[in-house]
Ligand binder design. Structure first.
Ligand code: GDP
Ligand code: PGA
Ligand code: MN
Ligand code: MN
Length: 602
C-alpha cells in the first residue's frame, strides 16, 4: 500500500518520505493522524483491545488508561543513544558516535520489514507554537499506537499542523520510530512490543531522528528529548539561541511583582515538582509554563525569552501526591491521561509509592499481585503520568504567547547528599556557566544503569547535548559575551537533596522551596543579603525567610554550609572532567576553576 493512494497531503517532501519509509518497513496500513477526538477514541480502543491499555474507572479518572511496559523497556537508554555527526569530533566525548552512513546501513537492515502486520502512523506535529515566527515542525512515523496516543498529549499535532506545513511548504524534522517487532501472518501481538536491540539516533547535520526497539517515552516520543533537546540544541548553536532541559515558572510576590524563572535539574531531580509548586509562604504565587524543556531566544529588548515547546507533562509518578504536588494531582485527576508502569488498583484506579490511599491489594507494574507487605514496589521508580498541560489549573496565561516570557533567573541543581548548599548565587554569567558546566548529580531511574552514582551532568543536559559538550559550553559563554550581560538572567545553584548524618533530607523541599525562590528574586532586586563564599553568594544569616518553617537552626545551618574541605575534594574531579574536552573547553572555564582553587586556598 502506498500513502499516495489516499492523497493525504500536497506536501511533496512529506509524501515522498512517507512512501520511502513504507517501502522499507512494509506496514499493513498507513494512518495519517488528524488529532481528532474520534481518532483518540479509536486509538485508545484499539490499545485496550490489544491489551496495551487498561481503561481506568471513568468516575475516578475519565478517559484515562494504564499501560505496563516490557520490563526491559522502562527508561531512556543512554548507552544506545547516538549522535551521528558527519565528523566524529563534532559529537564530543560525552556522546556515542557512529559514522552516519554506517549507522543508516545498519538501521535500514533493522527497519526492513519491521512494520509488517502493523499500522504505520504518520504524525504531523509542531514543537512550540504553530503561530511562532518560524514554527518548528516535525513528522513522526511510528508503528506504535501507544506512541501515537502519547504524542497527542505531549505535542501539538494533527491535520491543522499538516495544513500549515503545506501552506508554507515547510521544512520539518523527519522522526522515524519503530518498536522493532514485525508480526508474521497470524502471529499474535504482545501488550508491549519492543526489541532487545535498541538504537536512539540523531543525525545533527541532517536534522533527522531514527529510533528503533523501544516504546518508552524518552526514546520514542521523538518530539521531546530527541528533537526539542538533541536536534534543537544543534539548531540553537547555529542560530544563536538556547535549547535547554529546563522548567519555566512564573512567580508573583505579595506586592504583585512578577518574575520568570527557569531551572535545569537532571531527570527525576525535581523539575516537575518545582514547576507546579504551591508556595508555603503567604501571598506568593507560582504559575507554571513548562516542566521539562525551555527554548530561549534573545528578544528585541535584549532579554532572554523562553517558551515551552511541549503540550503535556510526562511526569515521574512515584512521590507525587497531594502534599508534594497537589497541582499535578489535580491535573491528572481531570483525566485524559496515560499512566505507564504504575500499579493498577482493584477498583480501576492507579496507585504508586508515595500516593495517598495505599490499597490493600493491587496489580503491580509487572502484572503481579501486590500488597503493602510485598517486598517489591508496586510501581517502577521511573513510572510516568502523561497528561495535557492545558488541564493544569496553575498554567500561566503566557504559556499561549509565542513570544514566551522574559527570564529573570536561571537555576541549576542536582541531587547531592553532601557538599552543595541549599542555594547560592553565581557572580556573573561566566561563573554561572561554570556552575552549569560542572553540575553534578546522583544518577536516577530515569535512565537505565546504576542509580545513586555522582556524575557530572552539565546544565542537566549530559544525555541531551546534540554536539560537542565543549562547544556547547562555548555557546553559553558566547551568549553572555554577545548580549548585554545586565539584561541576561542571574544564575543560581540549588540542592534540595542534602542529607543529615542519619541520611534524612536536611531541607523539607517541595512547597518550602518557595522560600528559596523568594530569596532568589529578592537578590535580583537587590533586597536580600548574601554572604560571599569561595563558591559564590549564599544567604546571609536571617536573609532566607524561615518564618513558620519546622526546622532547627542547626539543620538550616547545615543545609546552607559551604565546607572548604568538601569543595577542595571536588577540584580534582572538576579538573578531570574539564580535561575530557581538550581544546574545545573555553579557556575562561579554566580561569574559573583556577579562581575557585585560589579562593578555597587549595
Ligand atoms: P523531574 O524528573 O526533574 O521533573 O523531577 P520530579 O519533579 O518529577 O521529581 C523527581 C523525584 O524527586 C520525585 O520522586 C519527587 O518526589 C522528588 N522531589 C522533587 N522535588 C523534591 C524536593 O524538593 N525535595 C525532595 N526531597 N524530593 C523532591
Ligand atoms: P524528566 O523527563 O526530566 O521529567 O525526568 C524525562 C527524562 O528526562 O527522561
Ligand atoms: Mn527531562
Ligand atoms: Mn519531570
Amino acid at each position: 500500500m502506498t500513502a499516495e493512494l489516499q492523497e493525504p497531503t500536497t506536501h511533496r517532501g512529506i509524501l515522498d518520505w512517507v512512501n520511502e519509509v513504507a517501502e522499507l518497513t512494509q506496514p499493513d496500513r498507513i494512518h495519517w493522524c488528524t488529532g481528532s477526538d474520534e481518532e483518540w477514541q479509536e486509538l485508545t480502543a484499539s490499545l485496550v483491545g490489544s491489551g496495551t491499555f487498561t481503561q481506568l474507572d471513568p468516575a475516578k479518572k475519565p478517559n484515562s488508561f494504564h499501560a505496563a511496559s516490557d520490563p526491559i523497556d522502562v527508561a531512556r537508554v543512554e548507552d544506545r543513544t547516538y549522535i551521528c555527526s558527519v565528523d566524529e569530533k563534532d559529537c564530543g566525548p560525552t556522546n556515542n558516535w557512529m559514522d552516519p552512513e554506517e549507522m543508516k546501513t545498519l538501521m535500514r537492515g533493522l527497519y526492513a520489514g519491521c512494520m509488517k502486520g502493523r499500522t504505520m502512523y504518520v504524525i504531523p506535529f509542531v514543537m512550540g507554537h504553530l503561530e511562532a515566527e518560524s514554527p518548528m515542525f516535525g513528522i513522526e512515523i511510528t508503528d506504535s499506537a501507544y506512541v501515537t496516543a502519547s504524542m497527542r498529549v505531549m505535542s501539538r499535532m494533527g491535520s491543522h499542523v499538516l495544513r500549515r506545513m503545506e501552506e508554507l511548504d515547510a521544512a520539518y524534522v523527519p522522526c522515524l520510530h519503530s518498536v522493532g517487532m514485525p508480526l508474521e501472518e497470524g502471529q499474535a501481538d504482545v501488550a508491549w512490543p519492543c526489541n532487545d536491540t535498541k538504537y536512539i539516533v540523531q543525525f545533527p547535520e541532517e536534522r533527522a531522528i531514527w529510533s528503533f526497539g523501544s516504546g518508552y517515552g524518552g526514546n520514542a516520543l521523538l518530539g521531546k528529548k530527541c528533537y526539542a533537546l538533541r536536534i534543537a540544541s544543534v539548531m540553537a548553536r547555529d542560530e544563536g539561541w538556547l535549547a535547554e532541559h529546563m522548567l519555566i515558572l512564573k512567580l508573583t510576590s505579595p506586592e504583585g511583582v512578577v518574575k520568570f524563572v527557569t531551572a535545569a535539574f537532571p531527570s527525576a531531580c525535581g523539575k516537575t515538582n518545582l514547576a507546579m509548586l504551591e508556595p508555603t509562604i503567604p501571598g506568593w504565587k507560582v504559575e507554571t509554563l513548562g516542566d521539562d524543556i525551555a527554548w530561549m531566544r534573545i528578544g528585541e529588548d535584549g532579554r532572554l525569552w523562553a517558551v515551552n515547546p511541549e503540550f503535556g507533562f510526562f511526569g515521574v509518578a512515584p512521590g507525587t501526591n497531594e502534599h508534594t504536588n497537589p497541582n499535578a494531582m489535580k491535573t491528572i485527576n481531570k483525566g485524559n491521561s496515560v499512566f505507564t508502569n504504575v500499579a493498577l488498583t482493584d477498583d480501576g484506579d492507579i496507585w504508586w509509592e508515595g500516593l495517598e490511599g495505599m490499597p490493600d491489594h493491587a496489580t503491580s507494574w509487572k502484572g503481579e499481585d501486590w500488597t503493602p507487605d510485598s517486598d517489591q514496589p508496586s510501581s517502577h521508580p521511573n513510572s510516568r503520568y502523561c497528561t495535557p498541560i492545558k488541564q493544569c489549573d496553575i498554567l500561566a496565561p503566557e504559556y499561549d504567547d509565542p513570544r514566551g516570557v522574559p527570564i529573570d533567573a536561571i537555576l541549576f541543581g542536582g541531587r547531592r547528599k553532601t557538599t552543595v548548599p541549599l542555594v547560592f548565587e553565581a557572580r556573573d554569567w561566566t561563573h554561572g556557566t561554570f556552575l552549569g558546566a560542572t553540575l553534578s548529580s546522583e544518577t536516577t531511574a530515569a535512565a537505565t544503569g546504576q542509580v545513586g552514582v555522582v556524575r557530572r551532568d552539565p546544565m542537566a543536559m549530559l544525555p541531551f547535548i546534540g554536539y560537542h559538550a565543549g562547544d556547547y559550553f562555548n555557546h553559553w559563554i558566547t551568549m553572555g559575551k554577545e548580549n548585554d550581560a545586565a539584561k541576561l538572567p542571574k544564575i543560581f545553584y540549588v540542592n534540595w537533596f542534602r542529607r543529615d548524618d542519619e541520611g534524612g533530607f536536611l531541607w523539607p523541599g517541595f512547597g518550602e522551596n518557595s522560600r528559596v525562590l523568594k530569596w532568589i528574586v529578592e537578590r535580583i532586586d537587590g533586597q536580600a543579603a548574601a554572604k560571599e563564599t569561595p563558591i559564590g553568594h549564599v544567604p546571609a544569616d536571617g536573609s532566607l525567610d524561615v518564618d513558620g518553617l519546622d526546622m532547627t537552626p542547626e539543620a538550616l545551618e547545615a543545609a546552607l554550609a559551604v565546607d572548604a574541605e568538601e569543595w577542595k575534594a571536588e577540584l580534582p574531579q572538576i579538573q578531570e572532567w574539564f580535561e575530557k574536552f581538550g581544546d574545545n573547553l573555553p579557556a575562561v572555564l579554566w580561569t574559573e576553576l583556577d579562581g575557585l582553587r585560589t579562593r578555597l586556598g587549595a
